[in-house]
Design a protein around this ligand. Structure first.
Ligand code: NAD
Length: 276
């Protein structure tokens, strides 16, 4: 068909709406306000359950009675309801969702193809953050729909940059990206817990062991990110000849630590593909 001109989103004046005022939406909204990226006067949501308003109202965000008011008021609309009800929520708002509104889904699983069909247009962006958005350290992946412009992508990357790091990529990489960036935080948590258990087995008090293990992971991750060195290089630096580190590494290799971690990621990606 004929190409429809879309109105660019005015970065200085657009209103941002969250449909679904839950945990994830609150973490993003509060991150945006706290980091001065958007004033609370330009963020809107709606909530049926009065108690859950608090997260939003505490930073001055307007909470409406229903989704329709949010959809009317806002230029950028982030759907942050559970995946099971997303379709009915979008279909209900469809008459209000013109091409001049940029739409975003945070729901796990639903592909752009379905989202675009439900909304009736393709100016849609899929964003997959993780739970670390609560502390501003999410690993977020985003996929642009067919009619989302380069500016749309930058705007959404800037918004989610407030609660972590953002990678833009083709949707065909989504399953693998979710397996590393999403499920990966659970795999890392197990590794931290196991290391702390080892400390306890070697005689450390539980609390000290867990703190040391967590900081060791935090430090290792920060070294990789900040020095740009390959993890193998950082490992080699610590492992002196005949020393304690190489003795431990030998055990990790005997236990197939690397293969286990690789298999975990591949299994998560496979499961994600089956669910989509
Ligand atoms: P949540 O249950 O905290 O939030 C959903 C909110 O939607 C609830 O507050 C609920 O009251 C509200 N709601 C229910 N029906 C509604 C309706 N018809 N209209 C408006 N609001 C309605 O869930 P969450 O953890 O914030 O997750 C939200 C979405 O984000 C999900 O689709 C999930 O797949 C996705 N997601 C979450 C995470 C995470 O770390 N929590 C990570 C990636 C993606």
């Amino acid at each position: 068909g004929e190409e429809v001109e879309v109105k660019p989103i005015d970065k200085e004046a657009f209103n941002l709406g969250f449909i679904g005022a839950g945990k994830l939406a609150a973490s993003v909204a509060i991150g945006l306000v706290n980091q001065g990226i958007l004033p609370p006067s330009r963020i809107f949501t709606a909530h049926r359950n009065p108690e859950s308003r608090l997260d939003f109202t505490s930073v001055g965000i307007q909470v409406y009675q229903n989704n329709h008011q949010v959809a009317e008021e806002c230029d950028v609309i982030i759907f942050s309801v559970k995946p099971q009800i997303l379709k009915e929520v979008i279909l209900d708002l469809r008459p209000l969702l013109s091409q001049n509104k940029l739409l975003v889904s945070l729901a796990v699983g639903h592909k752009l193809k379905a989202l675009q069909e439900w909304a009736g247009h393709c100016r849609f962006v899929r964003v997959i953050p993780n739970t670390a958005s609560v502390i501003g350290e999410a690993a977020t992946v985003m996929h642009l729909g067919e009619a989302a412009t380069v500016n749309d992508g930058e705007l959404i990357a800037d918004l989610f940059g407030a609660v972590g790091k953002v990678w833009k990529m083709d949707e065909k990489l989504s399953d693998a990206a979710g397996a590393v960036g999403g499920a990966g935080t659970a795999f890392a948590s197990i590794a931290i817990e196991a290391m702390a258990d080892g400390g306890v087995a070697a005689g450390l008090p539980r609390e000290i062991s867990l703190s040391l293990a967590s900081q060791a992971f935090y430090g290792a991750a920060a070294m990789v990110m900040k020095t740009g060195k390959h993890p193998a290089q950082l490992k080699d630096q610590v492992a002196s000849p005949g020393g304690i580190t190489i003795a431990g590494i030998h055990e990790l290799e005997k236990g197939a630590f690397r293969a286990s971690m690789m298999n975990a990621v591949v299994a998560a990606a496979k499961r994600s593909h089956e669910m989509g």
